[in-house]
Design a protein around this ligand. Structure first.
Ligand SMILES: [Zn+2]
Length: 348
């Protein structure tokens, strides 16, 4: 606003004050308000401050009254400014609260949680069944000596059966165990019968990797030694396992097999749970599936640990956990278990 030169200082002051009030009222934010403050009340060049310079042209008797008026106008404008500033700050705070508001009732972001590997789940199921049948779960070392892996199990150094387990040797007489059977010997060395254990764990063989072979896999070994244990116990026990694992209707049969540490030895077959015996891809059209190896513990194995073979007999069995999992889920390639491909793992 242009101040007319002929206005009196009082009129000029009133006009400036009115304009200042209007601009303060219009200020939309704190930044705009600050520039209004500088324009009117600034120590250098503020419009109110400038009016004090005009005091010198006034008659001496008017100066105190006009000076007082200038101060009053300045105080009043400062008060108006302060009120406006408070209102603007509150408005900004409300706006911030509005834009940053969090709806705590919205559902959260779910983390992608994993689940147990199909091999682990199968292993746990096998363990549960045998625990229910009165077996104890025992563990053993994955690095074994030749004695426990072979000799203690009736496989002497020159025995042709060693070729069945092409092993990883670690130097000296240490090797990665090629089966969980060595734990049989370790358990029997520490206790007298009755022995009733299963041994789940990893095994290692220098096999070429293909759809049905891997250099590392899981086995569950089982051993039962007591007075009067016969092949009837073996059939009864493993038949019950098969029914719990593969379904109540499962029939089983035993076919001759060879293992150095059992005599007689038998492969256990069940009728195919996928086709009920009529022939399909899983049973290779035969209607039967071999699920484990078993037999009566060879007396030489019992004698190695000092058991009285006139008094005690035993049964033993061993199964591949991957094989059981593959059968149950219709998986045709063992390598899928170890590739960590989530497209595969999420199916179980
Ligand atoms: Zn079948």
């Amino acid at each position: 606003m242009t101040v007319e030169p002929k206005m009196s200082l009082r009129e000029e002051l009133a006009a400036i004050a009115a304009e200042a009030r209007a601009q303060i009222e219009r200020a939309a934010d704190l930044k705009a308000l600050k520039s209004v403050e500088v324009e009117f009340l600034g120590r250098k060049g503020g419009k109110i401050t400038n009016t004090l310079r005009g005091l010198g042209q006034l008659p001496a008797e008017e100066r105190p009254a006009v000076g007082k008026l200038v101060n009053e106008v300045r105080d009043e404008l400062e008060a108006v400014l302060k009120t406006k500033e408070g209102a603007l700050r509150e408005a900004e705070r409300q706006e911030k609260l509005r834009t940053e508001r969090v709806d705590v009732t919205l559902p959260g972001v779910a983390f992608d949680s994993g689940h147990l590997h199909p091999v682990t789940r199968t292993l746990r199921e096998i363990k549960q069944i045998f625990i229910g049948l009165g077996f104890e779960v025992v563990d053993g070392p994955e690095v074994e000596t030749e004695y426990y892996n072979f000799e203690g199990l009736n496989i002497p150094a020159d025995h042709a059966a060693r070729d069945m387990w092409d092993s990883f040797y670690l130097g000296g007489d240490l090797l990665l165990r090629s089966h969980t059977s060595p734990v049989q010997v370790r358990v029997m060395e520490k206790q007298q019968p009755p022995v009733r254990v299963i041994v789940p764990g990893k095994c290692f063989r220098r096999d070429a990797v293909d759809a049905t072979h891997h250099f590392q896999f899981h086995q569950v070994e089982g051993l039962l030694v007591d007075e009067g244990i016969s092949f009837a116990h073996l059939k009864g026990l493993l038949g019950e396992f098969a029914r719990q694992m593969f379904g109540k209707q499962r029939k089983s049969r035993f076919v001759p097999e060879y293992f150095p540490f059992t005599e007689p030895s038998a492969g256990m077959m069940i009728d195919c749970f996928a086709c009920e015996g009529s022939g399909c891809r899983i049973c290779k059209q035969s209607g039967w599936i071999e699920i484990l190896g078993s037999g009566m513990v060879h007396p030489a194995v019992l004698e190695n640990v000092g058991y009285d073979t006139q008094k005690y007999t035993g049964l033993a069995f061993g199964m591949g956990v991957e094989r059981i999992a593959m059968l149950r889920h219709g998986i045709d390639d063992i390598r899928l278990f170890y590739e960590n491909d989530l497209r595969f793992l999420r199916q179980f």
